[in-house]
Design a protein around this ligand. Structure first.
Ligand code: F6P
Length: 549
């Protein structure tokens, strides 16, 4: 752990200094010291709200440090920032955009007028459109060009136009309609397209193209493959029946031939990674049905209300955001692992990667000056038990500094409670091991008790040491249903927002993905030999050209 704490953009230098002192004190104590000082840590360091229980008693924190962290959130005006976002201020200043994903799940029925338009009325219109479309497809009123009912949906999109829908469909697989299978195609290399299209019948397949801009190369490439596939099997006139699209780009949807009633509006105030609640979630609604999709939205709305009104000490997203800043800044954690103990959540870490790292992987402050403090940690993860048999070794004994969230539904998502009970045991055991560790003295005593010789015990004990002090939170829920998932996703969205407020960065632009895109566009002709390559790449291009032949 780094000793020198870099500065923060905090309103309160005094609080930041106090937090550095807390960090030094707590590092010296370690988790075992914290537990010895207060064996009842769970009570002050856990919060249950909106059906989610956050147990952060295994974080390297205590109530004194938490008090100052909460004061820091007040000084940073987190509530005011949240209100500015929800009321439609252009808080995405580098793109001059409002940020209104919360309006997509609003259940209040009241108006929200931004730049002369009632945003919530626009959202309701699109929700009605989505519901009608989903009913028409699932009830067989809307059919393919040959008159067959749709049995499959191919969702084409990438980044925020893919990760949210994939993650939700996987998480809610137990709620999906078996008569309408959904498939996802995102990568540009054609592999997913080839695999999916090879096993589907074009006559019974609906293709949903999701691209906010309708200019993203990966999505357009796959959309063209899909169009050619439909046209080759069913003729040009089938395009209108077999495609739906979600975009702000009406001209591009026109050019593609998407039928009027199969186009769904999106707005520039919905960021890609915050868009699963919008018509980008059309495939989700087709898969799980409108009632479950509504439950997802209602869950997210419940979390929005909680984030807006709960006192900071009881406020889940505020607490999680503060813990993220604490771990990153004061304890110098460079990486954050999210480990769901439910296979249904296996794409949740991938979804969170974009949410956290595209939002907060920034190096300048809101007004453009470089930060001199660390921003978002590298976020990654994997479904719990699988991870245990792969990278947990490093989490327990490696030299990397990783903070951890363990997600844990109490009930089985598939009715196999005895199996989920084992998953629960594993998650709790891991959390304990991360925190407590296992000392050399303990290892030694255990080896000797097993009859291992002094010499062997001496040789083996250092290998068995687990240093502990790996900070983790447990996030529990009763079951993974649509409403719970909505609350969980909104919780992480707001956690990311809270971090961005403390770090004074714009969480809603993504200029860092543009340079690579531009370079790829420029290089594409060189790969096929139709254009020159920059001199540094010429040897590789020559080698590739020989292999491509
Ligand atoms: O990867 C950059 C990005 O702009 C993401 O923010 C976005 O989710 C993704 O590309 C897809 O963009 P679009 O929906 O416009 O195709």
């Amino acid at each position: 752990m780094a000793d020198a704490t870099p500065s923060l953009p905090f309103a309160s230098v005094a609080l930041s200094a106090a937090l550095s002192a807390h960090a030094a004190r707590i590092k010296a104590l370690g988790y075992r010291g914290l537990l010895a000082a207060d064996p009842n840590r769970y009570a002050p360091l856990s919060v249950e709200a909106e059906g989610l229980l956050l147990d952060f008693s295994r974080q390297l924190i205590d109530p004194k440090a938490l008090k100052d962290l909460l004061a820091l959130a007040e000084a940073s005006q987190v509530s005011e920032a949240f209100e500015r976002m929800c009321r439609g201020d252009r808080i995405n200043a580098s793109e001059q955009r409002a940020v209104l994903h919360t309006a997509l799940r609003d259940q209040s029925g009241t108006a929200l007028v931004v730049a002369g338009e009632d945003i919530r009325a626009l959202v309701r219109q699109v929700r009605d459109h989505m519901r009608r479309f989903v009913a028409a497809v699932t009830q067989g009123e809307r059919r393919g060009a040959t008159g067959s009912r749709f049995t499959d949906v191919i969702h084409i999109g990438i980044g925020g136009s893919d990760l949210g829908p994939v993650m939700v469909v996987e998480a809610l697989k137990s709620y999906t309609n078996p008569a309408l299978a959904v498939h996802f195609v995102s990568n540009v290399d054609g592999v997913q397209w080839a695999d999916v299209s090879a096993r589907l019948n074009p006559a019974t397949t609906l293709v949903v193209i999701c691209s906010k801009t309708f200019t993203t190369l990966e999505t357009l490439t796959n959309a063209k493959l899909a169009r050619a596939w439909i046209v080759a099997h069913l003729g040009e006139t089938a395009v209108a029946a077999h495609f739906a699209a979600v975009s702000v780009n009406h001209a591009a949807m026109n050019a593609f031939g998407v039928a009027d009633e199969a186009r769904f509006a999106l707005w520039d105030w919905v960021g890609g990674r915050y868009s699963v609640w919008s018509a980008i979630g059309l495939t989700v609604e087709l898969a799980i049905g409108s009632a479950h999709f509504e439950a997802l939205l209602k869950g997210a709305y419940a979390m929005d209300c909680h984030a807006r009104t709960a006192p900071f000490g009881q406020n889940l997203p505020v607490l999680m955001g503060l813990l993220a800043v604490w771990n990153r800044h004061y304890l110098a954690m460079t990486s954050h692992a999210v480990l769901p103990y439910d296979q249904r959540l296996h794409r949740f870490p991938a979804y969170l990667q974009q949410l956290a790292m595209e939002s907060n992987g920034k190096r300048v402050r809101r007004e453009g000056s470089p930060v001199d403090y660390p921003t978002e940690a590298v976020l990654w993860g994997e479904a719990g038990s699988n991870g245990q048999h792969s990278f947990f070794q490093l989490l327990h004994q490696g030299t990397a500094c990783v903070s951890i969230d363990l997600l844990l539904p109490a009930r089985s998502s598939v009715g196999l409670q005895a199996s989920q009970d084992l998953a629960i045991a594993h998650a709790l055991a891991q959390a304990e091991a991360f925190a407590m560790g296992y000392t050399e003295a303990e290892a030694w005593a255990e080896l000797r008790a097993k009859g291992v010789s002094m010499e062997q015990a001496h040789a083996l004990a250092p290998h068995k040491v687990h240093p502990g002090n790996r900070p983790s939170s447990l996030l529990l829920c009763e079951r993974l249903d649509p409403s719970t998932l909505g609350r969980l996703v909104a919780l992480y969205e707001h956690r990311v927002f809270v971090e961005s407020v403390l770090w004074d960065i714009n969480a809603f632009d993504q200029w860092g993905v543009e340079l690579g895109k531009r370079l790829a566009d420029a290089l594409a002709p060189a790969v096929t030999g139709a254009g020159p390559a920059p001199s540094g790449l010429q040897p590789l291009m020559d080698r590739l050209a020989r292999w491509r032949r």
